[in-house]
Write a protein of this length. Structure first.
Length: 381
């Protein structure tokens, strides 16, 4: 069986975000199929291990040792890991499921230094992407739109011999069903009779939590049973720069008197193994974002948590998930930046129990397609 090495730029530990979860779960799924999988991460929680051949820090020594031992290296493309992969003539699989170029373009730098930093980041991304497309043997994307984007890049740069090497492997969900271990939200401030929405993941510049706040402010004048929970605002990766949108969100929620009444938040990141407790207490999931290029080419990773927990979904139009929600009726899509549309969607989801149950049933029908074991089998090894 081929030996795989995953080089992760994100945090690996109890409080993982999207990229860390992706590599952790893919490595687990491949181990269960008989492959030897190792993970090296820039940031690793001390003592965090699992049923994986090796989990360790992405130090120079570990990179040399494990790249030398491996047949395939799955990575996003850090300079040192790329160099060693090419030097040792290993088969390189570049994961392009998160097209960060569009995230860069959505950032709003404040001041000359921040603007200069953004220009440097864009230049480095373009340079690195050219190297990846020239030297990579296989490429992973999360959906058809991302595949079209990458095929376009390969074609423009003259790498038409690699067009068949682009494989769609979206974000996944665990094979095992979620199980509730303890009560975490329902109690005095969030009553058992309240309609509870959960906003999966964090708050980034390209998301739109402010339209949700406007909608909640409107709803609060009519009723007091609509609540929203944010499982984590600050990401666990110490390299992640704090975005100004977080402070603005907290300030606006406080100014509207929503924080602690209609809006509840865990300031730190909810541990990965505990997320089921929060999801299973919710009635629906919500994800709002801007009308942007980032939205068009994104794949909202925490949508899979909603699918895993069987939650109907309220989401903004414009991305691949919105198209799936509309096609299969997994929930309700709303127009970007339209608070009235969000109000109507929440009321429909909260009050029309029969509709909500139909959405839940349809969500459960697609869960099998996104299990990590099924997705990992698509890797061309």
């Amino acid at each position: 069986m081929p030996k795989l090495l995953f080089v992760c730029n994100d945090f690996i530990g109890n409080a993982m975000a999207g990229p860390g979860i992706r590599y952790w779960e893919m490595a687990h799924a491949l181990e269960q199929k008989g492959h030897s999988s190792a993970i090296l991460s820039r940031h690793l929680e001390q003592g965090f291990t699992g049923n994986i051949t090796f989990v360790g820090q992405a130090s120079f020594f570990n990179l040399v040792r494990w790249i030398w031992r491996s047949d395939y290296v799955v990575q996003t493309g850090r300079p040192l890991s790329m160099l060693l992969t090419f030097l040792f003539r290993k088969k390189s699989i570049f994961d392009q499921y998160d097209p960060v170029i569009f995230e860069f373009l959505e950032r709003k730098p404040a001041g000359r230094a921040e603007k200069l930093r953004l220009k440097v980041m864009l230049f480095l991304w373009k340079t690195r992407q050219r190297i990846i497309l020239r030297c990579g043997k296989q490429f992973l994307v999360a959906n058809e739109k991302q595949k079209d984007l990458l095929i376009g890049q390969l074609t423009i740069l003259g790498h038409t011999d690699k067009l068949a090497s682009v494989t769609i492997i979206p974000f996944g969900l665990p094979d095992a069903k979620p199980r509730k271990k303890r009560s975490v939200l329902r109690g005095s401030k969030i009553r058992d009779t309240d309609f509870l929405l959960v906003w999966g993941g964090g708050i980034w510049d390209w998301f739109d939590p402010f339209t949700l706040l406007e909608a909640l402010s409107i709803l609060r004048k009519r009723r007091d049973d609509i609540k929203v929970y944010f499982p984590g605002i600050h990401p666990p990766n110490p390299d992640s720069r704090k975005m100004a949108v977080i402070d603005r969100f907290i300030a606006e929620a406080e100014s509207l008197a929503l924080l602690g009444t209609s809006v509840f938040s865990n300031r730190s990141w909810t541990p990965y193994e505990q997320r089921a407790d929060y999801l299973l207490e919710a009635d629906a999931g919500i994800s709002l974002h801007k009308d942007s290029l980032e939205t068009r080419f994104s794949f909202r990773t925490r949508m899979l948590d909603y699918v895993w927990a069987g939650l109907p979904i309220i989401a903004t139009k414009g991305d691949a998930w919105a198209e799936l929600i509309e096609k299969i009726e997994l929930g309700i899509t709303v127009r970007p930046s339209d608070s009235d549309s969000v109000v109507r969607a929440i009321i429909k989801m909260a009050d029309d129990t029969a509709f909500r149950m139909r959405c839940k049933e349809r969500v459960q029908t697609i869960a099998k397609d996104y299990e990590w074991s099924a997705l990992a089998a698509n890797l061309k090894l």
